[in-house]
Write a protein that binds this ligand. Structure first.
Ligand code: 13P
Ligand code: SF4
Length: 354
């Protein structure tokens, strides 16, 4: 829906008043009405790097979700303030791995006698606590654009990987990009005693996958792929690696949001695409590339927006920018010092991946 012109003007005026003091980051899944005010847009990897590259900005306004703002706080200097326009913009996947559950899992691995062989690899989509756990135990963070390199690095450090919290990204990367088999993976369920797996299964596994998933990408199904192929002959199916393994296996191309955008930029006129990722991004890409004769549809019309990404809307952004312009710091995301130190270790390992 078109943005309210009054709110657009207020956001513009507040941003102008703040000048270089504010830097606005926008994740690709954000609404159009918010994206129009982003100084930079990107996937979670690009935004983490870009946040760290703006030491002159006093305020980093993060239009995305909570774990992204935490990561930005960890990577920026102490006097820079990271602000999340709506504190309720969390991520259901990140919430699927709590610090207590992960500590319990580590105890299970220790009792099975394998903890020393295990390197944790945590998806960016996790809380700062989980990133700190990862750093403390010699592991790295990854995003959907560097998961393969992160796993290659991890298997140079140890024999097994504990992959948190997205089982699908972990499985897809292991099987699709690393040549492992589904039998090399076990799923650890934090809601069952001992993770719902036997000690023998843990000892035999190369990939121990946390039982987490994205509530948006997890909704695409093999039927979504089959239906769109039947409906649009010649369609290219391009999906995000947070989708289930069977969806990824049936797709033509798989990649992060930045990869998806680049693939569509490079696509020839007349080509047809069905995209399995968040709807705000798919709609924006469909509109952007329609004039070039590229037909882009949403992989499954029954799947909806990421509800927490959508919490950041223009009214929240206006309130945030106007507050900051009046010298009132609101919705600051600040990770405590000890968590930050270990989480930073894990994030810096990611940033140093080849
Ligand atoms: P990327 O932008 O890294 O592909 O992440 C997707 C996502 O689900 C972010 O919440
Ligand atoms: Fe979390 Fe999925 Fe939403 Fe990304 S799209 S913020 S992983 S729920």
């Amino acid at each position: 829906s078109p943005s309210d012109p009054d709110l657009v003007e207020r956001a513009r005026a507040a941003k102008e008043k703040l000048g270089d003091k504010v830097f606005v980051l926008g994740h690709h899944y954000q609404r159009d009405e918010v994206i129009q005010f982003a100084d930079v847009t990107g996937d979670s990897f690009k935004l983490a790097r870009d946040a760290a590259a703006r030491p002159e900005a006093e305020y980093i306004v993060f239009c995305g979700v909570h774990f992204m703002a935490e990561s930005a706080d960890i990577l920026t200097s102490d006097d820079q303030k990271v602000v999340l326009p709506d504190l309720a913009a969390g991520c259901s996947m990140a919430d699927m791995a709590t610090a207590e559950q992960v500590a319990e899992c580590w105890d299970v691995l220790t009792e099975a006698g394998i903890a020393e062989q295990v390197v944790p690899v945590s998806y960016m989509n996790s809380s700062a606590d989980i990133k700190a756990f990862t750093g403390k135990h010699g592991g790295t963070i990854c995003t959907s654009s560097n998961a393969k390199r992160a796993l290659e690095w991890a298997f140079q450090q140890g024999e097994k990987v504990l992959f948190l919290p997205d089982q699908h990204l972990g499985r897809n990367t292991a099987v699709r990009d690393m040549g492992m088999s589904l039998d090399d993976c076990v799923v650890y369920n934090p809601h069952k005693p001992g993770g719902g797996v036997t000690v023998e299964e843990l000892r035999a596994a190369k990939m121990i996958l946390w039982r987490g998933h994205c509530s948006v990408h997890g909704r695409f199904s093999l039927d979504s792929v089959n239906d769109v192929r039947a409906r649009i002959p010649g369609v290219n199916v391009l999906v995000h690696p947070e989708c289930k393994h069977e969806v990824v296996a049936a797709a033509d191309y798989v990649g992060s949001t930045e990869y998806i955008i680049k693939a569509l930029e490079a696509a020839p006129a007349g080509s047809k695409w069905a995209i399995g990722t968040e709807l705000n991004l798919v709609r924006r890409l469909a509109n952007r590339f329609a004039p070039e004769g590229k037909e882009i549809v949403f992989l499954d019309r029954t799947v909806c927006f990421c509800s927490t990404m959508n919490r950041i809307d223009l009214p929240h952004l206006v309130w945030t920018l106007e507050s900051l312009a009046e010298g009132k710091l609101v919705n600051r995301i600040e990770v405590d010092k000890e968590t930050e130190a270990f989480a930073k270790l894990a994030l810096e390992r990611m940033l140093a991946l080849p």
